[in-house]
Design a protein around this ligand. Structure first.
Ligand SMILES: CC(C)(COP(=O)(O)OP(=O)(O)OC[C@H]1O[C@@H](n2cnc3c(N)ncnc32)[C@H](O)[C@@H]1OP(=O)(O)O)[C@@H](O)C(=O)NCCC(=O)NCCS
Length: 192
């Protein structure tokens, strides 16, 4: 059963959120977001430690947090709630979006869109040519989300997932580079 997670944004301030790069200080809060998000990869603390290890393959992390925190709280402090996060494996021509989640009460407010946009912008700057990801076939909300973000189906991995076993659908988004260092607008999602 999922743990309950309180909505850290006041009702009238739901869109007052900012994106920043994640750090190892965010691990507990990232795990809390994933734990309450069916469809997100449920990684162990060790996997999150590797995400931020300088010895592991290069990963990029963005987190989204409320702009205003309660008294005595600071952004990035242990235990301060995040609204969502994205982790990508980023090197070479092909990047991989490895994990993405937005807390349930803040979904459909453009936060996932903003996280993916941050990834696409960074990947384009770094000269990547495409971003791919795998998603459970039954995760229709995420599939619609990725399709609205310019990802297209690129294959199927039979029984890629366990517990429960399920095929993965591979999605890929091509990035449009006219010339080295020259990022051309691609079918990006809206600007909200
Ligand atoms: C997938 C997820 C990250 C999307 O985050 P989000 O912040 O709700 O997404 P956005 O608000 O940016 O949505 C952008 C667009 O995606 C589409 N979309 C998002 N969620 C959708 C849903 N449940 N049903 C249909 N379309 C959806 C819509 O086109 C939406 O635009 P609109 O709201 O203007 O119609 C979020 O649903 C989530 O955390 N799911 C659980 C974890 C998960 O499945 N992660 C993916 C692992 S591969």
């Amino acid at each position: 059963m999922q743990k309950s997670i309180s909505n850290p944004l006041p009702e009238q301030d739901r869109l007052s959120a900012r994106i920043r790069r994640g750090s190892a200080k965010d691990i507990a809060a990232m795990r809390a977001v994933a734990c309450n998000s069916n469809g997100a990869s449920q990684w162990s603390a060790e996997i999150y430690e590797r995400v931020f290890s300088s010895e592991a393959p290069p990963r990029l992390t963005w987190v989204v947090e409320p702009c205003a925190f309660g008294p005595g709280m600071q952004a990035g402090s242990a235990g301060v709630g995040l609204l969502g996060f994205l982790v990508a494996l980023g090197s070479g021509a092909e990047w991989e979006l490895e994990n993405l989640a937005v807390v349930q009460p803040c979904r459909r407010r453009g936060l996932g869109r903003r996280l993916v946009r941050a990834l696409v912008t960074q990947a384009c700057k770094a000269g990547a040519e495409s971003i791919f990801l795998e998603v459970r076939e039954s995760n229709l909300a995420a599939r619609v989300f990725y399709e609205s973000a310019g990802f297209r189906t690129a294959g199927r991995r039979p029984e890629y997932y366990s517990d429960p076993p399920e095929d993965a659908i591979v999605y890929r988004r091509e990035l449009f580079l006219a010339a080295p260092g020259n990022v051309v607008a691609s079918p990006e999602m809206g600007t909200r």
